[in-house]
Design a binder for this molecule. Structure first.
Ligand code: HEC
Length: 169
């Protein structure tokens, strides 16, 4: 009986500390002026393919469509930048203005589209990481992941001085 009670107490402690972790995470994002779930990657995809089609934008200055990728996002990649960020992108190494969109298409060795990747700079979204919202999509626009994605940030922060953008350095 006592053993059973001890076990229950232990489980409660684990459950409570689990909860505390979740609350701590929430508090971290609550410090931002934009809630993490306030931006909807699916709606953004519709906007970027219908209302303001990214394919009408410029390829990142000095780069080409279907250039060789380093393999992370595809054998070949095309990187588009929204018009509001074009002049900053032309300078190179600049911090991009708010409402910048960087869209990247990844292709396999047969030049078939395998994924679409988005960086969207939303004021107050993630102040510790230059306010980028990250999303990964299937070619048809299905959201694979979105938000303050640690996987994306962990690699791209290697280029933090160029605003987390590899082609910006
Ligand atoms: C292991 C490292 C790594 C990870 C993880 C990673 N990226 Fe990238 N990303 C790169 C590299 C390198 C480039 C430069 C282009 C190239 O060679 O493919 C790039 C380019 C990009 C670009 C074009 C702008 C730029 O930085 O040049 C976007 C947009 C992008 N990545 C989005 C994402 C998203 C969204 C995620 C997470 C779902 C992600 N990346 C995860 C390495 C990474």
């Amino acid at each position: 009986m006592i053993k059973k009670l001890m076990f229950l107490v232990l489980m409660c402690v684990i459950a409570i500390s689990g909860c505390t972790d979740a609350v701590t995470d929430e508090e971290t994002t609550a410090g931002d002026t934009v809630a993490e779930d306030a931006i909807d990657a699916s709606a953004l995809f519709t906007m970027l393919t219908e209302d303001d089609n990214y394919k009408d934008w410029n390829i990142w200055p000095g780069k080409e469509a279907m250039m060789d990728g380093n393999g992370v996002h595809g054998d070949y990649v095309s990187i588009y930048v929204s018009d509001n960020a074009l002049s900053a992108a032309e300078v190179g190494g600049e911090i991009m203005p708010y409402e910048t969109f960087v869209v990247k298409e990844g292709f396999n060795s047969d030049e078939e589209l395998t994924g679409v990747y988005l960086m969207y700079k939303a004021e107050g979204f993630d102040q510790e990481n230059n306010d980028w919202f990250w999303a990964a999509y299937s070619p048809d626009g299905t959201v694979r992941s979105e938000g303050q994605l640690k996987g994306c940030i962990g690699c791209h922060e290697g280029n933090a001085e160029a605003d987390y953008i590899f082609v910006n350095s």
